[in-house]
Design a protein around this ligand. Structure first.
Ligand code: IPM
Ligand code: MG
Length: 353
């Protein structure tokens, strides 16, 4: 039996998690796996309930599970809280507490959606990349951090072991893909980036089959728009990865389509859509559940080792898109408009077919 923790969170979180759980149940039934789901509170939902964004109960639940599937956190209701109390702090806290230092964010174009991109179809057609983002270090976590009178400080810090382990994840992944790593930094300005480059070069010597290239982050932001097809694995630090992964996601048509996996040393992982809690459309039944459903596929692949089952979900998503079904964020002329729940039902039916 596999134990899966569900953390719906805020905004559209509960709606999209409901669909992804439905899809996982359908996969379990089809392939004969017993899946046990338990729900935990995180973010604003947890703050409202007990005053803490990341309750100990939730952490315990995650540690006792094989994998965690999360919706999204945050919303205007909690925006005036101090930084360390905001729902977002709970998300950073759970990543850190579970040691999830490697964030994988694949951006791939579904042929049926190439027209939904803001770039020309011929530019978008080639996109099949993964951003490997370091997730528990860098400027998000460096000390000191805070306010002092009329000054504010954040600190960017990276150590050799932190860079080494994320670099290994990127090279291992590249070996299973197109064999290219682009390491993104700002080594012309930042000392952390110069260390980053040195360490990445050293790690690359263990992977002679992989082609390594270095790119400054500003150039990378530009190259993603100019010729995104050149990238395979983009290896980068916490904040650069945050920014570049939103950019890469949007190239494929909609932020509503992109899944992510956050992994540590073991098999426990946290899976969540790249998009946020979208408070403006929460409760309306129109959110696109596909990023979360594909995050569930990554969960099957990376935490449960169920590769065929994961591929079945991804196939189902492609099939339903090919049939023309679209939530509003990816709608185009001539499509069949559907809501959150209908989209989930369609994926389930495709999986069962
Ligand atoms: C992400 C989000 C988070 C991050 C926020 C909500 C803390 O933007 O997962 O990309 O910056 O890591
Ligand atoms: Mg982000």
């Amino acid at each position: 039996m596999f134990k899966i923790a569900l953390l719906p969170g805020d905004g559209i979180g509960p709606e999209i998690i409901a669909e992804a759980a439905k899809v996982l149940r359908a996969v379990g039934d089809k392939y004969g796996h017993e899946l046990e789901f338990k729900e935990g509170l995180i973010g604003g939902a947890a703050l409202d309930e007990g005053g803490e964004g990341l309750p100990q109960d939730t952490l315990d639940l995650c540690r006792q599970s094989d994998a965690v599937l999360m919706g999204a956190v945050g919303g205007p209701k909690w925006d005036s809280l101090p930084g360390n109390k905001r729902p977002e702090a709970a998300l950073l806290g759970i990543r850190k507490a579970l040691g999830l230092f490697a964030n994988l964010r694949p951006a791939k174009v579904f042929p049926a959606l190439a027209g939904a991109s803001s770039l020309k179809r011929e530019v978008v057609d080639g996109i099949d990349l993964v951003v490997v983002r370091e997730l528990t270090g860098g400027i998000y976590f460096g000390q000191p951090k805070g306010r002092e009178g009329d000054r504010a400080v954040d600190t960017m810090a990276y150590s050799v072991p932190e860079i080494e382990r994320i670099a290994r994840v990127a090279f291992e992944l590249a070996m299973k893909r197109k064999g290219r790593v682009t390491s993104v930094d700002k080594a012309n300005v930042l000392e952390t980036s110069r260390l980053w480059r040195e360490v990445v070069i050293r790690v690359s010597e263990d992977y002679p089959e992989v082609h390594l290239e270095h790119m400054y982050v500003d150039n990378c932001a530009m190259q993603l728009l100019r010729d995104p097809g050149q990238f395979d694995v983009i290896l980068t630090g916490n904040m650069f990865g945050d920014i570049l992964s939103d950019e890469a996601a949007m190239l494929t048509g909609s932020l509503g389509m992109l899944p992510s996996a956050s992994l540590g040393e073991g098999t426990l992982g946290l899976y969540e859509p790249v998009h946020g809690s979208a408070p403006d459309i929460a409760g309306k039944g129109v959110a696109n559940p596909l990023a979360t459903i594909m995050s569930a596929a990554m969960l099957l692949r990376y935490s449960l080792g169920l590769t065929e089952e994961a591929a079945r979900i991804e196939w189902a998503v492609g099939t339903v898109l090919d049939q023309g079904y679209r939530t509003p964020d990816i709608a185009e002329e001539g499509c069949v408009p559907v809501g959150t729940r209908e989209m989930g039902d369609l994926i389930v039916r495709a999986i069962q077919s």
